[in-house]
Design a protein around this ligand. Structure first.
Ligand code: AOS
Ligand code: ZN
Ligand code: ZN
Length: 390
């Protein structure tokens, strides 16, 4: 066994960046009830104020994804300046073509050209917003699909999707990208227009290099080998980023690494193996979560830490010994190398790295000591529900 190069491991962990979603800071719930929490943000600016606390205590979460129109403001330049004043920047712009009555039968795949035009106009407006915020990525998730066999023409819907995606692709500026997200079902139950990585990949391949697939870890059928998809997309140069979260049953949006930390480790190992951890690899590591019953800011801090822990374990895999075992057909030996890394307690390593940067070794404890929760509970009255802020 060769010892891991701890300096390289530490450097990789120091440079890792994880983007938090604005909607995770607001009130959220289930289809049955939204449980309001005291002190939640009332404005996009206050969401950024909370995100700044996550970054302050973790040191690795300097960007915040926005969702339009949930985070609609008159002046996006001013919002970007608000972020900058707090040591943050505005990250991925998430489009929303799923919450208007017009979209009952779809958005960009709707049979009515007028509805398709409305959806496309929103997507193009999102690129205008990216110009103002300096965001690199536009993330597209479509709720489009059908509920009943025969309801619409499956092939025609793909043509309509391709037409809109092409119009958005052509509008992208220098250094901007579109990230296409897939999800195998919900809200549509019979067909979904972008149900899987293959569909997303096929569209992105036709569009060109600025179109990349985003893997939301909650968007797969039970038992799907997500790390295989990650390895394949990386190999093809078509992985644009992640929406991290955990699922037990469907798109649960629970804290990443809470349901299945071993799966997260396996995914992060393929990221490391694919050389995709470094910032210049262009992979966006985002959270896409909702905190329905747990306090939000500490839950987001915990989630960032879960990604860091999985990454640290992935970096500790003794790849030389693994390669030898793999080449010699040593099935048990190869598996043991991976499990050794997974079973390492990386918390002391991460605590030391934080201390070296002048941070508290335990970000959740540091947050609790900071008094921020008490401050926002006292000051903010009438916080809004995530997703319905516009
Ligand atoms: C929906 O299931 C997707 O995960 C999208 O990323 C969505 O835009 C996000 O969850 C915010 O609702
Ligand atoms: Zn998502
Ligand atoms: Zn989702």
């Amino acid at each position: 066994m060769s010892d891991p190069d701890l300096t390289a491991v530490e450097a990789a962990l120091q440079s890792q960046r994880i983007e938090t979603p604005s909607w995770a800071y607001g009130n959220s719930g289930t289809r049955f009830k939204v449980f309001a929490q005291p002190g939640v943000p009332r404005t996009p600016e206050e969401k950024l104020d909370d995100a700044a606390r996550v970054h302050e205590h973790t040191g690795v979460a300097p960007s915040v994804a926005l969702h339009i129109p949930w985070d609609k403001v008159d002046d996006y330049g001013a919002l970007a300046a608000h972020a900058k004043d707090r040591g943050l920047r505005l990250g991925t712009i998430n489009a929303n073509v799923f919450q208007d009555d017009d979209y009952k039968l779809g958005s960009v795949t709707h049979p009515d050209a007028a509805v398709r035009r409305k959806a496309l106009d929103h997507l193009l407006e999102c690129v205008d917003i990216m110009d103002a915020t300096g965001s690199r990525d536009l993330k597209l998730w479509f709720a489009d699909g059908t509920n009943y066999p025969g309801q619409d023409d499956i092939r025609a819907r793909q043509d309509r999707l391709a037409e809109s995606l092409t119009a958005v692709y052509d509008r992208l500026g220098e250094g901007q990208r579109m990230l296409l997200e897939y999800k195998f079902f919900e809200p549509a139950f019979y067909t979904t227009d972008v149900p899987d990585w293959g569909t997303a990949y096929a569209h992105c391949l036709r569009l060109g290099p600025k179109a990349q697939v985003v893997v939301d870890t909650g968007h797969h059928a039970p038992g799907t080998n997500i790390e295989f998809i990650v390895a394949l997309l990386l190999r093809e140069g078509k992985l644009g980023g992640f929406d991290f979260n955990s699922r037990f049953y469907a798109d649960d949006d629970l804290m990443v690494g809470s349901a299945d930390p071993f799966q997260l480790f396996r995914i992060m190992y393929e990221v490391v193996r694919g050389g995709a951890l470094e910032e210049d690899a262009g992979i966006a590591f985002m959270l896409d979560q909702c905190h329905n019953i747990e306090p939000k800011i500490p839950a987001i801090i915990r989630s960032v830490m879960n990604v860091q822990e999985a990454t640290a374990k992935a970096l500790l895999v003794d790849r030389e010994t693994l390669a030898v075992a793999q080449r010699s057909g040593d099935v048990l030996g190869a598996n043991a190398v991976l499990m050794d890394a997974y079973n390492t307690d990386v918390r002391p390593l991460l605590a030391r790295i934080r201390q070296e940067r002048g941070l508290g070794p335990d970000p959740v404890a540091a947050y609790h000591r900071s008094g921020w929760a008490e401050k926002i509970t006292g000051e903010r009255k009438g916080g809004r529900q995530a997703g319905w802020g516009a």
